[in-house]
Every structure is written in C-alpha cells, then in structure tokens.
Ligand binder design. Structure first.
Ligand SMILES: NC(=O)c1ccc[n+]([C@@H]2O[C@H](COP(=O)([O-])OP(=O)(O)OC[C@H]3O[C@@H](n4cnc5c(N)ncnc54)[C@H](OP(=O)(O)O)[C@@H]3O)[C@@H](O)[C@H]2O)c1
Length: 252
C-alpha cells in the first residue's frame, strides 16, 4: 500500500505517454483522483483501464491556450477544486539553423510556453479563493543552460522556470506552493529518436517520476535531477563564457 498524499484532485497535462502517464499512475497509487489530459484520448482510456477509476481522461490540446485556460477553470469549478496542477505537456524538436522550421519553433512556443502558462493560470483564481494548492511545471535541465541545436526548446523551458519562480513570489504568501521541475534525460517517446550515447545518465520514466513525486511531496521549489548532470550543468555555468561556448559547441 503506497503512502497517502496531501492532494485529492490533480490535473496532469501530457498524461497519454512518458512522464505524464507515469506521474498519473504514481498519483493514483496514492489515492489521488487525476484528471489526465492530452489529445490522444485512446491512450488515456488505456491508462484508465490499467490504473483504475481514479483516472479521468480529458481531451485537451494545450496549443490552444484560450481554450486551455477556459477548460482548466471550468474543471476546477466542476470538480470541487484542483489542489495539484502539473503542466507537463511539452514538445522538443531539433532546431539546427540550416534546417530551421518555423512550424517547429511555433509548436514549442504554443505548447511549452502558452499551453503551460494557460494550464497554470486557469486554476490560480480558484486556488487563491481556497487559500491553498500546488502548481508545478515540468521544465528541463535544458532550461538552465544554452545548448546547440536546441535554441527554442531551451528558451521555452527557461521561460517556464522563470514564470514559475516569479509566480512563487506572489502565490506563496497566499498559501499556494509552486514547483519548477528540471529533469535530465528520461526514456520516453520524445527521447526515443535520440542515440543513447547522446543522453548521459538516462533515467527510466518510472524512476524519474518517483523522484518528481517525492519532490512534490516535499514541496520543493526548484528540483533538478539527476545530481550528476545537474552538477555538470552547474559547473559549466560557472565557466567563463568563451570556454563554456567552446565546450557546448563540441556537443553538436
Ligand atoms: N524525456 C526527457 O528526457 C525530458 C527531459 C526534461 C524535460 N522533459 C519534459 O517532460 C515533459 C514530458 O515529456 P516526455 O518526455 O514524457 O514526452 P512524451 O512521452 O512525448 O509526452 C509528451 C506528452 O505531451 C503531450 N502533448 C504534446 N503536445 C500536446 C498538445 N498540443 N496538447 C496536449 N498535450 C500535448 C502528449 O500527448 P498527446 O500527443 O496525446 O496530446 C504527451 O502525453 C515535457 O514537457 C518535456 O519537455 C522531458
């Protein structure tokens, strides 16, 4: 029997695969009712069949930010209050300059920036009224360091971290926790296309989610992991800029 959690009703976006799916399972094992949102509802139905009736599938395309804001606000009112919202839905695409595709960059901004922001903002009025709640966003270690061929992805993840970290200043005094989560490489659909040797300290999704779930229980404000990659990034960030740039270019 898994330990109980402080949450009753959670919303997890991007729940049809990878981290979002594993986090949904992790939460339901702790008795949390999870509104599991994504576009591929057939995968959400399979998840419900596997994880049980605490999973409530929700069709949501977060790239439509206005509709997402409205859907989250409506859900918050209808379910009696969401006490955990995890903006997890995200896309990562290669942006090497010679093959630059505007659709790719726009998609990352629509999903990772506008979609995540609308997801979080939709529940803020309700949480303020109730005087409690927990907001979390799945950023990335890539949001803490410039990386080659990943300009738009790094920028969208840096945005999400800064949004959450600034939001915390306003919401913490009102009883609302805000967590910015920064995973390293995790085996999911989105990394399946990468060569394993390009992903140091690669984690299984269940392992990564166990670490994320426990960090959320501790109400960590900023959670970076695994420590090996996170320390490397910390070290690289402390290097003089020309040396840092030379080292980062070698990653191409
Ligand atoms: N895997 C890693 O190494 C890693 C590392 C750091 C951070 N992250 C971040 O972790 C999060 C989850 O990624 P993952 O690795 O688990 O990838 P994944 O398996 O590809 O899952 C991405 C999820 O996002 C959803 N999504 C994509 N576009 C959407 C849209 N327009 N509307 C609603 N949902 C949408 C997908 O659902 P549908 O397609 O069904 O809509 C899917 O459930 C992302 O924010 C990613 O940037 C991942």
């Amino acid at each position: 029997m898994s330990p109980a959690s402080p949450w009753q009703n959670a919303l997890v976006t991007g729940a049809s695969s990878g981290l979002g799916r594993a986090l949904t399972v992790w939460l339901t094992r702790r008795g949390v009712k999870v509104y599991a949102a994504a576009r591929r509802t057939e995968l959400l139905e399979t998840l419900k069949a596997e994880a049980g009736d605490l999973v409530v599938p929700l069709k949501l395309d977060v790239s439509d930010a206005d509709a997402t804001f409205a859907a989250v606000a409506k859900l918050d009112a209808a379910c009696g209050g969401l006490d955990l919202v995890v903006a997890n839905a995200g896309v990562g695409e290669d942006t090497r300059p010679k093959k630059l595709k505007w659709e790719s960059i726009k998609r990352m901004m629509d999903v990772n920036v506008n979609g995540a922001t609308a997801t979080i903002c939709g529940v803020i009025p309700g949480m303020i009224e109730r005087g409690h709640g927990h907001l979390a966003g799945i950023s990335s270690l890539a949001g803490l360091m410039p990386l080659p061929m990943s300009s738009a992805y790094c920028a969208t993840k840096a945005y999400l971290a800064m949004f959450l970290n600034s939001l915390r200043l306003d919401l913490e005094p009102l009883g609302i926790s805000v967590s910015s989560i920064h995973p390293g490489f995790v085996k999911t659909e989105s990394t399946a296309k990468n060569k394993p040797e390009t992903m140091p300290f690669l984690m299984e999704a269940d392992d990564a989610v166990d670490r994320i779930g426990k960090a959320l229980l501790r109400r960590e404000k900023v959670f970076t992991f695994p420590w090996q990659l996170s320390s490397l990034i910390g070290f690289a960030s402390s290097l003089p800029r020309p040396i840092q740039a030379a080292a980062l270019r070698k990653l191409r």
